[in-house]
Design a protein around this ligand. Structure first.
Ligand SMILES: Cc1cc2nc3c(=O)[nH]c(=O)nc-3n(C[C@H](O)[C@H](O)[C@H](O)COP(=O)(O)O)c2cc1C
Length: 207
């Protein structure tokens, strides 16, 4: 939480397939009225037009999936490039509540696992881990090499939450967006933020 008392989230989008996970995660966080610091990797920026309706950048892609009300809140999203080590979230002195990387490529996962902070995404992830803030990574790869599995283990041991892009089907999803939103809602919860998409399982009977 920053000096203003407003919550802050860092969301990074890397060049794994599934750019939509990052976009819909940001869309979901817009309802939280928090400040969102968004880092788009170079690879993600290249894949963006192919995996969206031709959007040339993340803001355009977000505008395309947001309602009018949500679009008004896009001014709370600040975008940063991966080389920008002067961005606030490169420093532990800048308070943010949680960070998510969605989708998280195997390259970025491996660099976090081994502490190679050579871009802003990995540096901000390191900040989250060292400052004991929530870090949620949403890897997207299949099948997984032993190196990928070991890197997931290392990130988990370091305190990160590994939340694979694995939607469930018990909600009877009727669209691709619903499948994606299942994963995003779990990621938003894992970040410690509120989400309204998923209800707690059987919560009424468990009172
Ligand atoms: C169309 C496309 C799809 C890709 N999908 C994946 C993927 O699902 N998972 C992954 O780990 N890498 C994937 N890659 C490879 C990454 O983009 C590549 O490793 C890149 O260097 C990741 O950089 P970043 O982590 O800095 O974004 C894909 C590349 C392309 C061009």
């Amino acid at each position: 939480m920053g000096d203003s008392g407003k919550k802050r989230a860092v969301v990074a989008v890397t060049g794994a397939s599934g750019i939509i996970y990052g976009l819909r995660l940001i869309k979901m966080l817009l309802s939280q009225n928090c400040g969102i610091f968004c880092i788009i990797s170079r690879a993600a920026a290249e894949i963006m037009p192919a995996e969206t309706d031709g959007a040339q950048n993340a803001l355009q892609a977000l505008e395309n999936i947001c309602t009018k009300d949500e679009a008004q809140k896009l001014k709370c999203v600040k975008f940063f490039e991966e080389d920008d080590f002067y961005a606030p979230c490169a420093s532990g002195s800048f308070m943010f509540d949680a960070m998510a990387i969605a989708p998280c490529s195997m390259k970025t996962l491996g660099k976090i696992a081994s502490g190679v902070g050579d871009n802003l995404i990995i540096r901000a992830a390191e900040v989250a881990l060292k400052e004991r803030r929530r870090l949620v990574v949403v890897p997207r790869e299949t099948p997984l090499a032993l190196t990928h599995l070991r890197n997931m283990c290392a990130v988990s041991e370091a305190g990160g939450i590994v939340l694979p892009a694995c939607p469930a089907f018990y909600q009877k999803p009727e669209s691709v967006d619903a499948l994606v939103d299942f994963v995003c809602a779990r990621a938003v919860s894992a970040m410690g933020f509120k989400q309204d998409f998923l209800k707690e399982w059987n919560y009424e009977e468990m009172l």
